[in-house]
Design a protein around this ligand. Structure first.
Ligand code: CAA
Length: 279
């Protein structure tokens, strides 16, 4: 039998490339799980990182400590507290990052929550809260960031959606709807960004431009899976063609690929990283 562990992407430690040197990335939900892996992956290509978090200060402090240990000491990372479902928090965080880093080249809308229940038992509050964080929060972050990117004429926005937004899932009406909504938001922002640059004569032949894309992870081994009953998780695992859960770093490497200047011709796209779950 193939040893799967020999093919697994390891967490990024240390700068190993310069594809994102001089770039500044803002990652929501960036201090743990997939978001932390994304921050580290971007940093491994030379980017400075601003990581958003909502409530867990201790986790944010630990993230910074580990990041500074692994990536050139202090100065490359900042953290920013805010609730993405509050538009005023989003504008403040974007301004904070601009004040502290001078620019935002890459926005990764990663912050997300689940409140799983069968649709018939789902409260209106559970519906609204998940939509507010996952979908509206992504829009509230993208709007002020896009204003800044359009001013400069370059940028990358990457949404972390989910395979559930494409396939649906028992117990996840709110989550699936929010993640599916991100796909339409991605394509619209991608079209608008290209349109605005073209209209102002700034769509250059070999330019970096502004691109907007989505990654749709499958079931990733993070704290989010802790709420799924074991019997249900076993059932889910048995449906994944590659036979295992995804590692956060396997999502992060696709994000850093899309964030690179050389990915300028990829926009409005949905990148599935799900072990074949949607085949
Ligand atoms: N897929 C397949 N079967 C499922 C299922 C799922 N997602 N969710 C529930 N079921 C099945 C259960 O196995 C069970 O079947 P049996 O009666 O044959 O045993 C039946 O539905 C009822 O389930 P419960 O006994 O758990 O019922 P409940 O009312 O106590 O809870 C629930 C319902 C809240 C939906 C719970 O089952 C649950 O949390 N399911 C998991 C939902 C899920 O997959 N969440 C993913 C979280 S990770 C994530 O969202 C990240 C991402 O992007 C992928």
């Amino acid at each position: 039998m193939t040893n799967l562990s020999s093919t697994i992407v390891e967490p990024a430690t240390g700068v190993i490339g310069q594809k994102l040197a001089g770039r500044v990335a803002l990652v929501t939900g960036g201090t743990r799980g997939i978001g932390a892996a994304i921050c580290r992956s971007l940093a491994s290509q030379g980017a400075s990182v601003a990581a958003g978090y909502s409530g867990n200060k201790e986790r944010a402090a630990l993230f910074v400590k580990e990041f500074e240990r692994d990536f050139d000491g202090p100065g490359r990372v900042t953290t920013h507290q805010g609730n993405v479902s509050h538009p005023e928090d989003c504008r403040r965080v974007v301004q904070e990052v601009l004040d502290e880093h001078g620019r935002i080249d890459i926005l990764v809308n990663n912050a997300g929550i689940t409140m799983d229940k069968m649709a018939m038992k789902m409260s209106i509050e559970d519906w609204n809260t998940v939509l507010a964080v996952n979908l509206s929060g992504s829009f509230y972050m993208a709007q002020p960031t896009l204003e800044h990117m359009v001013e400069r004429g370059t940028g990358r926005i990457i949404f972390v959606s989910s395979v559930i937004g494409e396939t649906g899932n028992i117990g996840q009406a709110n989550y699936a709807a929010s993640k599916a909504g991100m796909l339409g938001l991605t394509k619209t922002l991608a079209k608008e960004a290209a349109f605005i640059l073209a209209r102002s004569g700034r769509l250059e032949e070999n330019g970096v431009g502004i691109t907007v894309n989505t990654v749709t992870p499958g079931f990733v081994a993070t704290e989010m899976l802790e709420n799924v009953p074991e019997k249900v998780l076993d059932k889910i695992k048995s449906t994944i063609p590659v036979g295992r859960l995804c590692h956060p770093d396997e999502i992060a490497r696709v994000v850093h690929f899309l964030a690179a200047d050389a990915s300028a011709y990829i926009t409005g796209q949905v990148w599935g990283v799900n072990g074949g779950l949607d085949m």
